[in-house]
Design a protein around this ligand. Structure first.
Ligand SMILES: [Mg+2]
Length: 303
């Protein structure tokens, strides 16, 4: 068993100490006014392992709804590729692609929304014990959030940063899980998620909304996320981005695979979690000495 998770799917890692891996320079005098957080894998671990539900379900659909002669391994490779590529966007886009793949193999696909419901029913089965545990107190909110989450949010808020949450998961579930994790006081009323009318929501739209309503320039926006989409979109408007390379099945673990993706997306820096929140905040605000704590080009935890 290795210390870090190197494949596209989470699992089999161990907790690592907090570190900051700098990738791109930060402004000398940062003036962050708003921060946009992703939810799953960035703050919440409730849905950890969702890939192990989505990918087998899609292989099953392609097997039973088409006459394909591809092996299960071949189908799994095709499915994993597009599921991973579309992670961070709304779930419906993965289901639209599934419908395309059914059609491509001569099948008659169902409505992508139907696939999405099927996926969600199965996922709920898998994570039900986590939701119930949070409800009845046998699982603590700390266990289902990344290390340091609450202190990091508190420190940002204390510095006058308005916190926003945007998730590719359906808004109705995001709202429930935000409450179960006791995160609402940090984000209310700025909580966004996927809608059945999926064209009405995107992370890009939320970013444009933040910049317009808060009257911010791009570099006043901080983006924090474990997925390609949120990092890329915040970077596009000139914002500063923290890539969170979390292992969603091992609280405090590191996904090297996410490190690679977040680097490609243009993250300014990578962290595995927020285990030393004061350090992270001092680093982001370029306080005296903070940046010297980190070495560049290091693949090992450096601070
Ligand atoms: Mg995420």
């Amino acid at each position: 068993m290795t210390a870090t998770n190197v494949g596209p799917l989470p699992g089999a890692s161990r907790p690592v100490p907090f570190f900051i891996r700098p990738l791109r320079p930060l402004p000398d005098r940062p003036a962050f006014r708003a921060a946009l957080f992703d939810f799953d894998g960035t703050l919440s671990l409730i849905r950890g392992g969702w890939q192990y539900v989505m990918i087998p379900m899609m292989v099953e659909v392609l097997r039973t709804e088409t006459a394909t002669t591809e092996s299960d391994e071949q189908l799994e490779a095709v499915v994993t590729d597009f599921v991973v590529r579309l992670t961070g966007r709304q779930t419906i886009y993965q289901m639209i692609q599934l419908a395309e793949e059914v059609k491509r193999r001569g099948g008659r696909p169902r409505d992508p929304l139907e696939y999405k419901r099927m996926y969600h029913d199965r996922l709920l089965e898998r994570i039900r014990h986590r939701l119930e545990g949070l409800r009845n107190g046998t699982i603590s909110v700390e266990e289902m959030t990344l290390p340091g989450t609450f202190d990091f949010l508190r420190l940002l808020r204390d510095r006058g940063v308005t916190l926003y949450l945007a998730s590719g998961t359906d808004l109705v579930y995001v709202q429930q899980e935000v409450d179960l994790l006791q995160l609402r006081p940090f984000f209310e009323p700025h909580i966004y998620g996927a809608l059945d009318q999926y064209q009405l929501f995107s992370k890009r739209k939320v970013i444009q909304h933040i910049l317009a309503t808060e009257r911010l320039s791009g570099e006043q926006l901080l983006g924090v996320g474990d997925g390609f989409v949120e990092i890329e979109e915040v970077a596009k408007v000139g914002g500063i981005t923290v890539g969170v390379a979390s292992d969603e099945l091992c609280r405090g673990g590191l996904s090297e695979w996410k490190v690679t993706r977040l680097r490609e997306a243009g993250a300014n820096l990578i962290v595995p979690h927020y285990g030393a929140p004061e350090k992270l905040v001092a680093y982001l605000w370029n306080e005296p000495g903070a940046r010297q704590l980190c070495t560049t080009n290091s693949t090992e935890p450096s601070c």
